[in-house]
Design a protein around this ligand. Structure first.
Ligand code: ADP
Ligand code: MG
Length: 147
């Protein structure tokens, strides 16, 4: 488990770029944290770091639920904010299939995934510490820690 402190959105995006270097598809990464804690800001850096698209083209998919970035190495950006936990809608999103296609799947409000049977390789928690300060905790499953 690794813990980072950031002091600006730019720092969080930069951290996302660094984290991207350790993500190997197929990969499911879930992000948890309150509204405004910086999930989308971090995802911008991860998507850019994976080379899928420039960070300014990454926006929260609150209404679309899923955004797709990249050409051959796909990155899917999911936002479950508007989904009720345990909702049947979740099953129909087909997240499992997305992960299976050598893609990187980044899920905001990942705690809502519940018992879909998906096991994330990476769990990221973001905490608002007041002002522009954020604590970002990254946890990898044991399988990945040797990388
Ligand atoms: P979420 O997706 O968790 O709702 P966003 O990334 O959309 O959060 O929004 C985070 C907001 O907080 C943005 O307006 C961003 O500019 C601001 N912010 C201030 N400091 C930071 C920081 N250290 N890291 C990330 N975002 C920050
Ligand atoms: Mg968001």
């Amino acid at each position: 488990m690794r813990c980072y402190l950031t002091h600006s959105p730019e720092e969080t995006t930069l951290l996302g770029r660094e984290l991207a270097a350790d993500l190997r598809p197929p990969c499911l990464a879930v992000l948890e944290g309150d509204l405004g804690s910086g999930k989308t800001t971090l995802v911008k850096g991860i998507v850019a770091g994976l080379g899928a698209c420039p960070e300014e083209e990454v926006h929260s998919p609150s209404f679309a639920l899923v955004h797709e970035y990249g050409q051959d190495r796909k990155v899917y950006h999911v936002d479950l904010f508007r989904i009720e936990g345990g909702n049947r809608e979740l099953g129909t999103l087909g997240l499992g299939e997305l992960v299976d296609q050598e893609a990187t799947v980044l899920v905001e409000w990942g705690e809502k995934l519940g018992d879909l049977g998906l096991v994330p390789q990476v769990g990221i928690k973001l905490e608002h510490l007041g002002g522009d300060k954020r604590r970002i905790t990254v946890e990898r499953r044991a399988k990945d820690s040797s990388r």
